[in-house]
Design a protein. Structure first.
Length: 185
């Protein structure tokens, strides 16, 4: 069996793009220190050597253009890396959301797993453990209701006729609950 590989990287575009833009803004603001420092160094050099002002000014301009271009390329790489990193978060949350939605629409819970390398694999394990416990409790409740139904059926043999419709109503309601708990057995 081949390994499942997600090919759509924008699983939750709103979250992923917002996260990437926030990270790029932080990187861009923090990287402004280099051009500001270089401009300060060039200005200090021009004050110390006024004769070289025109040559230094041209070199400063070329270096600033180069630094701005490098900064845009660097921020672009950070953006792409953030999309890939958030993909490992958004993918599992997307899968978990769809899984829980299908259960709320009536599907029977089954084990959920995330891809190797995805974040939050422990969430899938906890969801599986929670549904396993609920299934165990459901089985215990089903067994108890079966026992109660048996007691009521035995009780109906000795109850006066005017009370039998009430016992029938209770038995029918218990049968409905059992169908909901265990399906059509």
């Amino acid at each position: 069996m081949s390994v499942y590989k997600r090919t759509i990287f924008l699983i939750n575009p709103k979250f992923q793009i917002r996260f990437a833009l926030v990270m790029c803004t932080i990187v861009w603001i923090s990287s402004l220190i280099y051009p500001i420092t270089i401009v300060g160094l060039f200005d200090s050099f021009v004050k110390a050597h006024p004769a070289a002002a025109s040559a230094v000014s041209e070199a400063k301009q070329d270096l600033l253009v180069f630094l701005v271009a490098c900064q845009f390329i660097y921020v672009g790489f950070v953006f792409i890396i953030c999309i890939f990193l958030t993909h490992k978060i958004a993918g599992p949350m997307f899968k978990l959301t769809n899984y829980l939605r299908s259960i709320s629409q009536g599907a029977q819970p089954s084990a959920i797993s995330f891809r190797t390398g995805d974040n939050f694999t422990e969430v899938a394990e906890e969801v599986n453990a929670a549904f396993d416990r609920l299934a165990d409790e459901r089985e215990e409740d089903y067994a108890f209701l079966t026992e109660v139904t048996s007691y009521i059926n035995n009780l109906s043999l000795v109850v006066p006729e005017d009370k039998k419709p009430l016992l029938k109503e209770i038995t029918d309601r218990l049968a409905d609950i059992q169908k909901r708990l265990h399906g059509n057995d």
